[in-house]
Design a protein. Sequence first.
Length: 141
Amino acid sequence: MRQADSGLPRILGQIWALLVTIGEPLTAAEIAGLLSVSRASVSTNTALLLNMGLIEKQPVSGKRTVQFAVRKHPYRHFLRVLTDRMQTMSRVVGEMAEATDRPGSQATLEDLAAFYRSMEAAFRSVRYPPSGADGRDGQDG
């Protein structure tokens, strides 16, 4: 897959790949050095990965810095983030549809709210990992 196909920043993908393949927490400075990118790029893209629920910050004992690591069950968290966003968007757009007095806008907004509700339902139906893949039932306990 070409990087442009994902719609995500190239550096985000590089940071994710680095954390997954190294398998241990890294500071922003370490990430920047290993990837030969700026600390600002690392900061921006780790913030996106944190927001996606894929990585977490871990304090470094005795220092004022943090390390970034792949969180436990990252894809479960990512699905939860997506589900929550779809729920929020369907509510917000639904409220906008109710508040507008323009019939054309109302129909478009109602359609968009229905889309978000459908996406929320689809994300809720996903069970990852599938039953038995990790000895659990596919849900957080």
